[in-house]
Ligand binder design. Structure first.
Ligand code: AMP
Length: 423
């Protein structure tokens, strides 16, 4: 089989790495890819959002399966475009991907099906939103309706911050179209957990639970990022929570989608807050998480290609997913300044030394080859995953690997999985 993976992050490198282990995978392409995917696959210089060029490439090269990594092409309708040309593709259609691309759509669906989530009000008029703030108890959470690179969620501590956020989103168009409509919701207390599910239209299969670290600095300080690390299994998850999650969240949501006439095929991962009253949905993601994928796939023993095929064909009921008992810890190495401004073009050394360690995988994200050398080219540069008998062992290994890698301005958190390692 010829496979095309779309995207250029650590998630896509992990997908390429895992798909390559499948006996049915003959050739793998990655568009646009990074230095890491260029080693294990063939990079194709087409941006992930150039849908027409991607379709033409898939047609001309007789690609048997395309796997879409990031959210943007899904929200733009890449799956509909490929389907129209009878090209096989893994991911939800544009209308199904609204679960992620419109927080208002997701909220309305959850409300209709009684899916537990934060109480919320939606606004398309800034004056109404500003007036509404006057009667609230703080903190509250303000969310841009559309996709905003993970930056469209603000926790407002008081009425002044709430009003400034509403003005920035709705009147000053800080997030463009994405912030024209907003959601103001109740602030939930608890711990977060990511649940990935393969959904084939009728059936689903859950992946192991994972947790990620979103803030830039130790102790959950600093700005929100795409993710600075992850680990699996999640130490705040158990079989009882899982059955509650399946009964009150996943099944109700899939019923709601069916009632809307939407067939969801692809990866669906809700971000959850585990509150005193049980799991609550924070958001839906319609693709594999980054960096959760880098923590999950090294633990997956089953053939990923078989699972993706079964998802597309509506045959997940025949599949089970086998897991490595070992735990995994993933640490993201970022450029100094990320998620704000950062420099690129810094030479990276020690990659081979790090990869020599038992149970360690180095996944590339913002890297490229310049004059035969691997250099930085993005905010999140690498994700380093280690497996170990326990979270503590995996964590020590991952940090040992990280200590072998160097580039100017390298920033990473020192407390990834710390609570799970000592607990
Ligand atoms: P989202 O993109 O909706 O997942 O939001 C990004 C992050 O904001 C989440 O991972 C949470 O840390 C935080 N967040 C979102 N919604 C809430 C909420 N209702 N209460 C508390 N924190 C939230």
């Amino acid at each position: 089989m010829k496979i095309l993976v779309i995207g250029s992050g650590g998630r896509e490198h992990a997908l390429v790495w895992k798909l390559k282990q499948s006996s049915a995978a003959d050739r793998i392409f990655c568009a646009p890819g990074n230095a890491g995917t260029g080693e294990s696959a063939e990079n194709v210089a087409i941006p992930a959002t150039d849908l027409a060029q991607l379709r033409d490439f898939a047609k001309q090269n007789k690609i048997d399966l395309t796997v879409v990594g990031p959210d943007d092409p899904l929200a733009m309708g890449i799956v509909d475009l490929f389907n129209a040309d009878k090209l096989r593709v893994f991911g939800p259609t544009k209308s199904a991907a609204r679960l992620e691309s419109s927080k208002i759509f997701a909220k309305e669906l959850m409300r209709a099906q009684n899916v537990p989530t934060a109480q919320a009000q939606t606004f398309s008029d800034s004056k109404e939103a500003l007036d509404y703030c006057e009667q609230l108890r703080f903190p509250v959470v303000i969310k841009a309706d559309g996709l905003a690179l993970g930056k469209g969620v603000i926790i407002a501590a008081d009425v002044d911050e709430a009003k400034a956020t509403i003005n920035a989103m709705m009147n000053q168009a800080r997030f463009g179209e994405a912030g024209r409509r907003i959601v103001i919701e109740e602030f939930l207390r608890g711990t977060e957990c990511s649940l990935h599910a393969l959904v084939d239209g009728k059936n689903y299969r859950l992946l192991e639970a994972a947790r990620d670290h979103k803030r830039a600095c130790d102790g959950d300080q600093g700005p929100n990022t795409g993710g600075m690390g992850a680990f699996s299994p999640a130490n705040n998850w158990n079989p009882q929570l899982q059955s509650e999650f399946e009964d009150t969240i996943l099944r109700r949501l899939l019923k709601g989608l069916r009632e809307e006439g939407i067939t969801y095929r692809g990866l669906l991962y809700p971000g959850l807050m585990i509150t005193e009253d049980g799991p609550r949905v924070l958001e839906f993601n319609c693709r594999f998480g980054d960096p959760e994928t880098q923590a999950l796939l090294p633990r997956m023993k089953s053939d990923l290609l078989t699972l993706l095929d079964a998802t597309i064909d509506g045959k997940l009921d025949r599949e089970t997913i086998e897991w490595d008992e070992r735990a995994s810890v993933t640490i993201v190495l970022a450029s100094a300044g990320y998620p704000g401004k950062y420099e690129t073009g810094k030479k990276i050394s020690g990659l081979a030394d790090a990869a020599k360690l038992e149970g360690v995988q180095v996944f590339h994200a913002g890297t490229k080859i310049t004059n035969g050398e691997v250099v930085t080219s993005g905010g999140r540069v690498l994700s380093v995953t280690a497996l170990g008998k326990t979270i503590a062992v995996a964590r020590n290994r991952a940090y040992e690997a990280v200590s072998r890698i160097h580039f100017e301005g390298c920033h990473y958190r020192r407390d990834i999985a710390l609570s799970a390692a000592s607990g």
